[in-house]
Design a protein around this ligand. Structure first.
Ligand code: LLP
Length: 422
């Protein structure tokens, strides 16, 4: 069998008798007629269901990591479904607040928060700041002595756990720019500083081991590493960060948010940790909710080598294959369940040989120029990590729900490209 595995599509994906794919009652080919290509199509109820699952599994305080996918519609959706929002820069903070999310529902991250970002956060009254360096302690203390209100903080601890994932996505190993190391007692010094400072209220600890992690054991190890410290400082809150992986390609399987939460909570209970357990999933909320629809522009067979299929987007809407060697599947929404018995390389339109979307894609043999070709599981770190390379216009985003599709981010225009030039 070489057909696309259905489990890579979103919850409300359905295939009609003629093979055409619809998302939440919206025909994908019709959407590409209406909104053009490339196009990000999100299944809105899939997003809502994952937010609700996270709140049910961890309770109030679980935050959506906005870096995975952010626009005002997404910020509002996560807030409506009861999640807090993790923002890692002043820009993410601004978008979340522009969406109307109350500041006390925001958690500010970052290994190098500027004075301006901290000032924005303190003035707005964000719910938590996750302190990441001694320099940041200095900045917060200076701002509070200038009259701003003392924030509630978590101290980011680097647990020294190597998660099973791509090297660039590991953040909790000893050699990392994030957090205060457990080893050498640095984390303990940071916690004493936070606890003794009148410029902040210490609420607890935070750790994030990495991203696209498939084995809950990596999180369990982090809990084990943090437990002695959590006991010593009597942490009221313990956030395990984000990082739960998702399946991108045939054969992959990942734990659900509920299974992840159960494993983390069991590990905490076993370690005698009585803190409130928090988390901040990003990818697991949004990745499988979306697909990207492209139009095929050229098909170039090179005798005895391979066939190149070029689409109208590329590394500017999905840089993950180039950055991490990430794999994706491809299929034709006009023949969703068709056997894919041809092997091709799917590339973008950028002036760069590395601009590959799928190295070895299986596609139906009748793939033709003009076809709409889709890659599933593109809801996380595609739109947010997109660029304007070669001045390619950033794609729009639609949310499909109950047979209606609403445009939540419009396509960039040529005018946008010169808008900031002076
Ligand atoms: N919390 C913190 C402190 C983080 O650094 C991250 C991700 C998350 C939560 C959310 O992690 P998630 O649940 O989405 O795995 N661009 C890469 C992923 C980088 C993740 C960075 N931090 C990719 O495309 O795979």
């Amino acid at each position: 069998m070489t057909a696309l595995p259905h489990y890579l599509l979103s919850d409300n994906a359905a295939v009609a008798a003629d093979g055409r794919l619809s998302i939440a009652g919206c025909d994908v080919l019709d959407l590409t007629e209406e909104f053009g290509t490339p196009l990000f199509i999100y299944d809105e109820d899939h997003l809502r269901a994952r937010c609700r699952e996270a709140v049910a599994a961890f309770g109030d305080g679980v935050a959506y990591a906005t870096k995975a996918f952010l626009c005002t519609a997404m910020a509002r959706l996560a807030h409506e479904e009861g999640m807090q929002l993790d923002v890692a820069t002043g820009g993410e903070l601004h978008v979340a607040m522009a969406a109307g999310v109350p500041a006390d529902r925001l958690v500010l991250h970052g290994n190098n928060k500027s004075e301006l970002e901290l000032k924005m956060a303190l003035e707005a009254g964000v719910g938590r700041i996750v302190v990441d360096s001694f320099d940041e302690f200095d900045r917060v203390e200076a701002l509070v002595s200038d009259g701003l209100t003392a924030p509630s903080v978590l101290v980011r601890v680097n647990p020294g756990v190597e998660a099973h994932t791509h090297e660039y996505l590991q953040t909790g190993a000893a050699d990392s720019k994030f957090g205060f190391s457990l080893s050498g007692g640095v984390a303990e010094v940071a916690i004493e500083r936070a606890a003794g400072s009148s410029a902040m209220q210490l609420r607890g600890l935070h750790a994030h081991v990495g991203s696209q992690v498939f084995v809950v054991d990596s999180f369990v190890k982090a809990v084990g590493a943090l437990a002695p410290l959590a006991h010593r400082v009597d942490a009221r809150e313990l956030s395990i960060g984000g990082g739960l992986g998702v399946a991108y390609i045939e054969g992959e399987a990942a734990p659900s948010i509920t299974e992840w939460a159960d494993a983390v909570k069991t590990a905490c209970a076993d370690a005698g940790i009585e803190s409130r357990i928090l988390a901040e999933p990003g990818r697991a909320i949004v990745a499988q909710a979306a697909l990207t629809a492209y139009r095929v522009g050229t098909i170039k067979p090179i005798d005895g080598v391979r066939t190149y299929v070029s689409v109208d987007g590329g590394m500017s809407d999905n840089p993950r294959p180039v950055l991490y060697g990430s794999g994706y599947e491809a299929f034709l929404p006009r023949a969703t369940t068709a056997e894919r018995d041809q092997s091709v390389r799917i590339v973008g339109k950028h002036c760069e040989s590395g601009d590959v979307i799928v190295q070895e894609a299986r596609v139906p043999a009748d793939l033709a120029v003009g076809d709409i070709l889709a890659t599933p599981v593109t809801g996380a770190y595609g739109h947010t990590m997109g660029s304007n390379y070669n001045m390619v216009l950033r794609p729009p985003v639609v949310f499909a729900r109950d047979g209606d599709a609403r445009l939540v981010v419009r396509r960039e225009t040529f005018a946008d490209l010169v808008d900031r030039d002076i």
